[in-house]
Write a protein that binds this ligand. Structure first.
Ligand SMILES: Cc1ncc(COP(=O)(O)O)c(C=O)c1O
Length: 396
């Protein structure tokens, strides 16, 4: 490698640092949970996607260990060669039954599910109409596909209709509306009732990424489409958040769509099968999420979110509105977000500043996230720490 290459990389890193955009990795030395160990001490954790509090749950860990014991560390193979285990089939069935679809297909991550969905199903004759706030993996998945792209301003139904009209006028064979079910940086829930109505009017299909909804939104935690009581065509999701917090992704759809994806989706055909431990953990998480314990956890989760929202608003912080357990504390300036997060850690609360390119420039924030494993005491302690740090740094 040339020295000019190394100089350029070093200059880019210096520039990222100078703009306050460096994303440091803090090392955690415990299980994921409402209280974690960082730097040798216990701190409250308010930024995991651990919605149902299952990531450190002993039953999930036991299920992961039992599956490893029974089927080993992994298959050392992709699914179609010699990598399909009985536990993969069981998980695909369980997931489809839980979420109300004919079938499902597993991926190593939801990033791969979104990357693998579009290209096999749609071609140059088709149109994908995508919400402007969609997750990076949807954007990348759409880029990998030859379909014509249209973008609508986030959750703006007039603009969605304009784009649908344009796609029809351009002679699209199929139109797919692609959206996050809940937007990961803002906690906004997609307007799926309105999207369904427009999809019916313009004969479009609907794809929803429910990474931030599966397990806790809607009846039995089935997700954003169940929350709105509508049907959709393709659902992508993750096991890395509410459903146990390990990793792994999936697509739910009709049986023929899943069959075709198993023949053509590149992240499925060219990547290792999901580890047995993750299958075991995810099956146990689904069992908990769909039952009455899931209802109790969801009630706690939303009570925590409501308590936190109201106390932080009263303290004078600028929160994005909503009901979702993702609750962004808006700060604007990237350096301020970092400084506030650093001071919060000193005060015993682990939160992270989010800045460009994860959120738009000038829209830096601390994205706090509630878990069913938080108690009201945890919530009140976090608000007290925010109030102290916010006053010190002139945020409130
Ligand atoms: C909306 C959304 N989609 C997809 C992903 C990717 O999920 P995974 O971690 O399973 O790749 C994430 C995670 O950050 C997400 O927030």
């Amino acid at each position: 490698m040339t020295s000019t290459f190394h100089d350029r990389i070093a200059a880019e890193l210096t520039d990222i640092e100078a703009q306050g955009l460096t994303k440091p990795e803090r090392v955690i030395a415990s299980r994921q949970g409402p209280v974690i160990q960082v730097g040798g001490r216990d701190v409250l954790n308010f930024c995991a996607n651990n919605y149902l509090g299952l990531a450190g749950d002993q039953r999930i860990v036991d299920a992961a260990n039992a599956a490893s014991e029974a089927r080993g560390a992994g298959t050392a193979s992709v699914r179609f060669i010699c990598g399909t285990l009985d536990i993969h089939k069981e998980l695909e069935r369980s997931l489809a039954d839980y979420l109300g679809f004919e079938d499902s297909i597993l991926f190593a991550a939801a990033f791969d599910a979104n990357g693998g969905l579009f290209e096999p199903l749609f071609g140059a004759e088709d149109a994908i109409v995508s919400d402007s706030l969609n997750h990076a993996s949807i954007i990348d998945g759409v880029r990998l596909c030859k379909a014509k792209r249209y973008r609508f301003a986030t959750s703006d139904m007039d603009d969605l209709e304009t784009q649908l009209k344009a796609a029809r006028a351009d002679g699209a064979r199929e139109i797919v509306i692609a959206t996050d079910g809940a937007f990961s940086m803002d906690g906004y829930i997609a307007k799926l009732k309105d999207i369904r109505a427009l999809a019916d009017r313009y004969q479009a299909l609907i794809m929803v990424d429910d990474c931030h909804a599966t397990g806790f939104l809607g009846p039995q935690g089935k997700g954003s489409y169940a929350h709105h009581g509508v049907e959709i065509d393709f659902l992508t999701g993750t096991f890395g958040k509410a459903l146990g917090g390990a990793m792994g992704g999936f697509i739910c759809a009709t049986a023929p769509v899943v069959q075709l994806l198993k023949q053509r989706a590149r992240p499925y055909l060219f990547s290792n099968a999901l580890a047995p431990s993750i299958c075991g953990a995810s099956l146990e998480a689904i069992r908990i999420a769909r039952g009455s314990e899931g209802d109790t956890l969801r009630t706690q989760l939303f009570a925590n979110a409501a308590r936190y929202r109201s106390a932080m608003t009263e303290a004078g912080f600028n929160l994005l509105p909503g009901e979702h357990p993702i609750i962004p504390v808006m700060l604007g300036d990237a350096r301020l977000a970092q400084d506030l997060a650093a001071r919060m850690l000193e005060l015993g609360v682990y939160v992270i500043g989010f800045s460009f390119p994860v959120v738009p420039r000038g829209a830096a924030r601390i994205r706090t996230q509630m878990s069913a494993a938080h108690t009201f005491e945890h919530i009140d302690a976090a608000v007290a720490a925010f109030t102290t740090a916010g006053k010190e740094l002139g945020v409130i």
